[in-house]
Ligand binder design. Structure first.
Ligand SMILES: NC(=O)c1ccc[n+]([C@@H]2O[C@H](COP(=O)([O-])OP(=O)(O)OC[C@H]3O[C@@H](n4cnc5c(N)ncnc54)[C@H](OP(=O)(O)O)[C@@H]3O)[C@@H](O)[C@H]2O)c1
Ligand SMILES: [Zn+2]
Length: 337
């Protein structure tokens, strides 16, 4: 089979197509013929050599978390799925035995890891991590869901977003950002989001964004959000200067969930403002497999349509990463092997 592997950690030009033996399922595994695999900024960190998870000794490395396709073969002991089933993978890897696995939610697992290997024609995965797809949920839209939408849904839960709350999403045009806006709307919350690009923000209007702010200057953004109203919750996947910005626009007792660091891995914050305002900053990573099932149900019910910017054949995987790196896209980029 063919796979799009990271042969060098130099950015999008480090992707090359390699031949690999078609995987055989081990006990408890299933091999899925991959019809779609969404890419995430996480893969791009790896490809740029900016992830502690992969170094040059691991090359060539096949990334890709968000697999959707059809089960080709199952290993011994698998009862939940069978060849021919249409499925989407929950990329969570958990130990099942730590205190957090026992108490839940599973994404707290102290040995938490993520599946990699979807940027290929076939993927060998844990069969019990597969979620069945109804006929009316396509593989491309299903592949958009796991990382971005599970993460955004869990962040909305962490900030306790409810009907008519105002949710602030700095950097609103990417995978987690768009998912945050769409799912806030599903919950009946209102949203305000930012982007450096007015053209990209125009596309967010039809996806449920209530207030769009074009710009990158934290002071200007702070003023613009303040004019709209105090924010109940912040979905912060950027870090850097956006953490204090989020605190500045947040109401007393407001909540901020942080899942990423695209604009910086450290943030300076005003401690008195935090405690005098009773504000909360909450770390958040991925969501649960049950969240993925909920998301598939929302798509099947017509309540959610994942936003796909573009699909790419396997041999154009490097172009997909270049589009992400150049900040050209709105929503998800999906490779269709
Ligand atoms: N912890 C977790 O479980 C988890 C899960 C998913 C994602 N994440 C993290 O969340 C972040 C977003 O992931 P994603 O896949 O949604 O990424 P993405 O699609 O690449 O996000 C694009 C968005 O980020 C903005 N952006 C890009 N570079 C920026 C910069 N230097 N300064 C300010 N804004 C910038 C873009 O702004 P413009 O609109 O101006 O171009 C756009 O709105 C990443 O850091 C990722 O690692 C974490
Ligand atoms: Zn565990």
């Amino acid at each position: 089979m063919r796979a799009a592997a990271f042969s060098e950690l130099t950015g999008p030009d480090g992707v090359s197509i390699v031949d690999r033996p078609t995987p055989q399922p081990g006990r408890g595994d299933a091999v899925v013929d991959v019809e779609a695999c969404a890419i995430n900024h996480h893969d791009l960190w790896v490809l740029e050599g900016d992830s502690a998870m992969v170094d040059t000794d691991d090359l060539p490395f096949v990334s890709g978390l968000d697999v959707a396709g059809t089960v080709r073969e199952v290993g011994e002991g698998v009862t939940g799925v069978e060849p021919g089933d249409r499925v989407v993978l929950c990329p969570n890897e958990t130990c099942g035995t730590c205190r957090y696995c026992r108490e839940g939610p599973e994404n707290l697992c102290e040995n938490f890891a993520l599946y990699h290997g979807g940027l290929a024609e076939a993927a060998n995965v844990r069969a019990d991590r597969l979620v069945a797809l109804p006929d009316d949920v396509g593989s491309v839209e299903a592949a958009a869901l796991p990382t971005a939408y599970m993460t955004a849904l869990h962040m909305l839960r962490r900030v306790e977003a409810g009907p008519s709350d105002l949710v602030f999403v700095p950097g609103v045009t990417g995978g987690v950002g768009v998912a945050g806006v769409q799912l806030a709307a599903v919950l009946g919350a209102h949203s305000v989001g930012t982007s450096s690009s007015g053209a990209k923000l125009d596309r967010l209007e039809s996806l449920g964004l209530d207030h769009a702010i074009e710009g990158t200057d934290p002071e200007e953004i702070r003023d613009a959000v303040t004019d709209i109203g105090p924010v109940d919750g912040v979905l912060n996947h950027l870090g850097g200067a956006y953490t204090q910005l989020g605190l500045d626009v947040m109401r007393r007792d407001g909540r901020m969930a942080i899942c990423g660091r695209t604009a910086g891995g450290t943030s300076e914050i005003d401690i008195p403002d935090l405690f005098l305002g009773h504000k909360r900053i909450i770390g958040s990573t991925m969501g649960t497999q049950r969240d993925l099932e909920r998301l598939v149900e929302l798509v099947a019910d017509g309540a959610l349509t994942p936003e796909i910017d573009e699909t790419y054949p396997l041999d154009e995987t490097g172009e997909a990463f270049a589009a992400m790196q150049d900040r050209k896209s709105v929503g998800k980029l999906v490779v269709t092997p």
